[in-house]
Design a protein around this ligand. Sequence first.
Ligand code: GDP
Ligand code: IMO
Ligand code: MG
Length: 427
Amino acid sequence: MVDVLLGLQWGDEGKGKIVDVLAPQYQVVARFQGGPNAGHTLEFDGFKHVLHQIPSGIFRAEAKNIIGNGVVLDPIVFKREIDGLAKYNLDLGQNLFISKKASIILPTHRLLDAAYEQAKGAAKIGSTLRGIGPTYQDKVARQGLRVGDVLSPNFRQKYTTLVTAHKVTLDHHGFDYASTLPQLEEEFFAAVDFMKQFRLVDSEYEVNNALKAGQKVLAEGAQGSLLDIDFGSYPFVTSSSTMAAGACTGLGVAPRQIGEVYGIFKAYCTRVGSGPFPTELLDEEGERMRQEGREFGSTTGRPRRCGWLDLPALKYAIMINGVTQLIMMKVDVLNIFETIKVCTHYQLPDGSTTEQFPYDLCDTDVTPVYKEFKGWHTALDNFRTFDEVPAELAAYIDFLEAELNLPISFISTGPDRQAVIHREAVV
Ligand code: GDP
Ligand code: IMO
Ligand code: MG
């Protein structure tokens, strides 16, 4: 079976940590979409490590880690990531596989990302400027380069054809590339050569052969459901399918192979970049949340926008993904609050209320309607099961499980691998 683990909000829910926690139960961990726009943080044994393209099972020697065909891979970032892992003495030659069908991010994709954002002015998406949108654009336009192309004798020629087209667009935008591109290209080709030492494979066979042999596969999502290209708060989204269905196309597995769908959400909400965020707190309370949760982007360092948990948005994400189990993250961040709020529905400008995530969220001012809970004001470090947690937290969990009609399998109470409270005692 392929279990899928994905974010139910606007990204940064804590996917990396939970993939690392669950990875020992799996023989294969695979990323199925996104690229270096992701920043997945793992903390263990006093180390803190942020992964961007490499799956978060990489620190568990038992798991094969696969970068799937749905991913857009930047060779320069890849080389940097591998260099950054050197101190851990991992057997990467053995455990890391890259799909030949994954798309390659070229230096000009990054420049195009910047040019498009500049052209949008105040309407910019707030992209991570990692070249994600332009690379997926070329994939869909059937002119992109793929990892398997680096093995072809015509690779340089294919590269030049595409870059020539990119330069026309950059010129059109009046974007200066002459001063930066030569250096970036040098780095790019060195990184492409470096990448060739790794296992470049037909990853759909790797995954399906593992399934045939009865092995378990964990598909690691990046970004979050509300950033999905189809169902997110368009156009303020990323350019890939971040939902459970994306695991099928991003790895080459059939829908009937999907088992559990783990939906991860923070006990509150955050968002980086532009776009609608109904429960956003623009006041001192939001600032306290940001400081307590250390809500600064893992990839870009930008401050994350913060707000209360949004149930209409969460129910929507659960629906489109067919979530089977929930995992609630960063519960410890709410320890400091006297009152905890949860948005149960939205009030629309005409006075009516809705529990649906509106189509025109970008143009409609919805007012969140909140239910309030008493805070628990207790450090959660020493609790290990749901039975032990403070009554106020237990009430909050019960309410969410009833509203969302799903079990919360465990909650996370700190960045470390060990900081997890389970429903029942783990033996
Ligand atoms: P991802 O992109 O979904 O993997 O999440 P990020 O790594 O971008 O952001 C999550 C941040 O929260 C990281 O800095 C984690 O170390 C941290 N984190 C994860 N779980 C918890 C938790 O339960 N409590 C606290 N306080 N921090 C957490
Ligand atoms: P992880 O996997 C949070 C946001 C950007 C921007 C929008 C489009 O760490 O959760 P892009 O560079 O993809 O074109 O940017 O999506 N974004 C993320 N926000 N976490 C992420 O990844 C994100 N990846 C992209 O901030 O608003
Ligand atoms: Mg992140």
